[in-house]
Ligand binder design. Structure first.
Ligand code: 13P
Length: 276
């Protein structure tokens, strides 16, 4: 599986691949354009919530990405982020995604083992990779979170889970959270180091928005090889769009949208430099 090889190699070489949540032509094009410019692989990801909000389908998303990638040639992976049901994962696999995340973090540990295994069986039979989550990454995109340490990933669970479920990458909860951080994020590097010493799997850091470049680098040195960023890039787009509108209340959408895209690309470019 291409994504597993990409992330495993990144982990070995102490690099990470940026995974950007996108859901429309502008944001997909911006992401592929930056990857093309930097000449560095990218993970283009979307969650079921985004698919629904943007009135997309799994197939339409895959077609859109392939179509735009023809204009911005680069090494890219199409990934489903935070699926919470088997059906969502199946829809993505059937539509041609390269990789899916089954998020069983709100289930009991035993239920997470059973449900993730079912997704792995289906996805692997079609050569699609699976990311799982242990512990629970706090917060939600678009909100402020202050309780990042609530559900740290347990080392014992990592060891047991990896012996039972044949996953390709693992999202860890180490004080990271989705959305805007209400207070300064403090990543638990001791826990991350312990986890990385017990598994060679590529580790995934969710909630990349608001985490400093120095912490990105430290996390990468301890085995993080995929970093998810959504809120900060999405917010950059909105800021660019709104500032153009504030400058000229009669602005055409294409010009405001262009400003949003440029602003998102600028922030993404900086993040990608830190990952490589
Ligand atoms: P942020 O929105 O906090 O960057 O998190 C993104 C993420 O982890 C998507 O799974």
């Amino acid at each position: 599986m291409k994504v597993f090889e990409l992330l495993a190699k990144a982990r070995l070489e102490k690099r990470a691949i940026l995974a950007v949540n996108v859901s429309n032509m502008e944001t997909i094009a911006a992401t592929l354009e930056v990857a093309n410019k930097v000449k560095y692989p990218i993970i283009v990801q979307v969650s079921p919530i985004q698919i629904e909000a943007q009135k997309l389908s799994y197939k339409l998303f895959v077609d859109l990405v392939h179509c735009l990638a023809a204009h911005y040639p680069c090494d890219y992976i199409i990934h489903l982020d935070h699926a919470t049901t088997f059906e969502e994962c199946k829809n993505a696999v059937d539509a041609g995604f390269d990789s899916v995340m089954y998020d069983g973090s709100k289930l009991t540990y035993e239920e997470n083992v059973i449900s993730t295994s079912k997704v792995v069986d289906y996805a692997h039979s079609r050569n699609v990779a699976v990311e799982a989550e242990l512990g629970r990454v706090g917060g939600e995109e678009g909100t402020y979170s202050t309780n990042q340490n609530a559900y740290l990933t347990s080392l014992d669970e990592v060891i047991d889970f990896c012996s039972k479920v044949n996953i390709d990458s693992l999202a860890v909860a180490i004080g990271n959270a989705h959305g805007f951080y209400g207070n300064e994020p403090k990543l638990n590097f001791v826990r991350l180091k312990e986890i990385s010493e017990h598994t060679d799997l590529p580790l995934v850091l969710h909630g990349g928005s608001g985490i400093s470049d120095a912490d990105f680098k430290k996390a990468i040195s301890y085995g993080i090889s995929k970093i998810n960023v959504f809120t900060e890039l999405d917010s950059a787009f909105v800021k660019g769009f709104v500032s153009k509108f504030n400058e000229d209340r009669k602005v055409y959408m294409m010009f405001a949208q262009r400003c949003g895209r440029d602003e998102m690309s600028r922030v993404m470019f900086e993040k990608m430099q830190v990952c490589r």
